[in-house]
Each structure stands twice: as structure tokens, then as C-alpha cells.
Design a protein around this ligand. Sequence first.
Ligand SMILES: Nc1nc2c(ncn2[C@@H]2O[C@H](COP(=O)(O)OP(=O)(O)OP(=O)(O)O)[C@@H](O)[C@H]2O)c(=O)[nH]1
Ligand SMILES: [Mg+2]
Length: 283
Amino acid sequence: MCTVCGCEKPGYKSDQSSKVKTYPNNSRFHYGQGTAKAHVPGMTQARIIRIERDILGKNAEYAQANRTRFQRQGILALNLVSSPGSGKTTLLVNTVNKLKIKMPVGVIEGDQQTSHDADKIRKTGVSALQVNTGKGCHLDAQMIENSLDYFPHLNQGVLFIENVGNLVCPAGFDLGEAHKVVILSTTEGEDKPLKYPDMFHAADLLIINKMDLLPYVNFNIERCIEYAYQINPDIDVIKLTGTDKQGLKEWTDWIESKRQVILSNQPNILDCDIAITRDMSKT
Ligand SMILES: Nc1nc2c(ncn2[C@@H]2O[C@H](COP(=O)(O)OP(=O)(O)OP(=O)(O)O)[C@@H](O)[C@H]2O)c(=O)[nH]1
Ligand SMILES: [Mg+2]
């Protein structure tokens, strides 16, 4: 009897005499049912939890430092997450082209390899820093902290962080952003919110992208939104076509409304100076 082979399920038959196991048609192995909700070969659930706590705890410290810095500088930081190829960079190129005349804008591009995405952003004249994660599958908060000095003129502007294309790992790593924005394109299937719930739970906005392809693909948009609400009833939803430069108003309005919230909460410079003076007087 165990939690992974399905042998506790009704209908399971083990033929001990021949040592051949037969499984019912609806069998599935579920490795997420232990206390760690994950599996690492040869490792106990308690050890997985300890390691995760250590890593995520350290990440949380960096994330909090980033958040404080963004708050002090009045920067709206948005963490764009999705599976590979959903259209993040294409949308960002058109978005920064629109925003750059109104406010300071910068982009951190996360990919395992290459600087293709940062190169595309730089062509717009907007500062972009490529962060390559190698075998890593997500950006972490320390990588963001290390990047921030590259953007000295972002006060009261927007920092877009395009995460590594992956609907799993980036969900667990707070970067200090104000909001995660999950992008799902119409070619990916409407069931993704149910299959990758952590990501849709962590996000504040769902962008359904590549709406131009809707007539050609089998994608039930109402059902997709219904699934997203099942996972996260508070999530905002915007449908758009990232290649359509004219059709981004709802998205840029959403950004502007979130930026206003950040600006209204920005501590005034006098408060910051007093806090810094107090800090220095301790040393
Ligand atoms: N039809 C259509 N194609 C799009 C749209 N947006 C992006 N694409 C195409 O989709 C492909 C992937 O776009 P990217 O912007 O590179 O996607 P990405 O999410 O940044 O990809 P990764 O960084 O590799 O995860 C490219 O061929 C784009 O031209 C859209 O709105 N409609
Ligand atoms: Mg990209």
C-alpha cells in the first residue's frame, strides 16, 4: 500500500502469483500528495520541506528588500510569467514603445540562454538587461537585486520583469514585484489554469493573448476564464493580441492604474531622509 502506485485505489488488482500488476484504466500516479507536495528521488518529505524553507526563506528576504526599494522609488514592478512562446516579449516591445513617452520604463529579461529578448527590447530605445539562468528554470529575488543598479533612472516608472518561460517554478519565487501577470495564449488550451493552479493563484492579472488566432484554434475562452476564477476569484482578465499595437489600451490602462497606487503609497522624500539619517545614527 502506498500513495504513488495507485494500489490503494478501488479496482486495483495485484496478481501476487505471477508478480504482474494490473491497473484500472483511470489510474494516475500523484506525487504531490505528501506533506511536501513534491517528490525528489531518494529524499524524504521532511527533508524536501527543510530545503524548500531554506531556499524560499532566503529568497523572501531579498524580495522584501526589493519591494522596499521599489516602494521608496515609486517603481511599479511587474513580473510577467507564462509558458514559452506565449508572446511576452512581443507584447513588451509594443507596450514599452507606448509607455516610454509618458514614464521611465525598464525591462529585465529572464531566459536560460541567449540575449535575443533583451536585444529586441533595446531596439525600442528602452533599457533592457538580459539575465541568463543557465540550468535554472526561474528568476529569483537576488538576481533582481543584482540587476537594479542597471536602472538608475526608473524613479516613478515601470520595471517589467519577463520571467523564464515556465508555468511552474516562477510561481513560487517572489521577486518583490507588485503583481504577477500571467499570459496565456489561445494556442495553449483553455485548461491551463486547472493544470497549473499555483501560477494562476499567484497572479493578479490574466492576459489571454493571441486573440487574432481564436478563429483558427480550438480554445473555449469562456471556459478558460471560468477555470481561472475557480483557482483565483479575484484575478483580473484582459483579452488582447500582442502584435496589435493599437489594441493594448486596456492593458496599458491597467498598468497606469496600478502605477497610481504605487505613487500614492510612495513615502515622501523627507520621510526617507529622516529614516536614512536615523539608520546612519545607529552606526
Ligand atoms: N498570431 C500571433 N502571434 C504572436 C502574438 N504575439 C506573439 N506572437 C508570436 O509568437 C511567437 C513567440 O513570441 P514571443 O514574444 O517570443 O514569446 P515569449 O513568451 O516571449 O517567448 P519566450 O521568451 O521564449 O518564453 C513569435 O513568433 C511571435 O511573433 C500574437 O498576439 N498573435
Ligand atoms: Mg520572451
